[in-house]
Design a protein around this ligand. Structure first.
Ligand SMILES: [Fe+2]
Length: 162
């Protein structure tokens, strides 16, 4: 299975994007800890770790098709947000960007008839459906709680159980 330059570049870029996602979620985690949302901070820490695993999966996939992974540049990341809802909305937006990126790589893999890459990427499409769904669920929950401090505390403690 020959890997086209275009497909290789797209896969390489995804490695950095996944590491970057870990960086984004760590920024959120730092904010959440500082804002006394201990449960949400712990939830976000796990989310960040998952992103590291995604990056590793891309590195391992590249290695399995005899391509040496490259690590691109990661920009500075913010640690300031405007409340729990703003964090979750930013997280959903970030996941949507990641989904788009994976869909773009999948389109190239399909066009190139690189079936191994296609299979590998489809698993990530499933993963993205789950990620987006979980953030949407949390956003609905926090919106429902509104300004009710007791309800927000309860949500935070539920998040801490992840
Ligand atoms: Fe990811």
């Amino acid at each position: 299975m020959k890997l086209s330059k275009k497909l290789e570049q797209a896969l390489q870029k995804q490695v950095t994007l996944e590491y970057n996602a870990a960086y984004v979620y760590n920024g959120m985690r730092i904010y959440l800890d500082d804002a006394q949302y201990a449960g949400a901070a712990s939830w976000m820490t796990k989310q960040a770790k998952e992103e590291l695993e995604h990056a590793e999966a891309f590195i391992n996939f590249l290695d399995s098709i005899e391509v040496k992974a490259e690590l691109g540049k990661i920009e500075e990341e913010k640690t300031e947000y405007d409340g729990l809802l703003s964090v979750l909305e930013a997280a959903l937006e970030h996941e949507q960007m990641i989904t788009e990126s994976i869909e773009d790589i999948l389109k190239i893999a399909i066009k190139d008839e690189h079936f191994a890459a296609e299979n590998f990427l489809r698993k990530f499409i499933d993963e993205q459906v789950e990620e987006e769904d979980s953030f949407r669920g949390l956003i609905d929950l926090v919106k429902f709680a509104g300004d009710d401090k007791a309800a927000l505390l309860k949500i935070d403690s539920i998040l801490g159980q992840r």
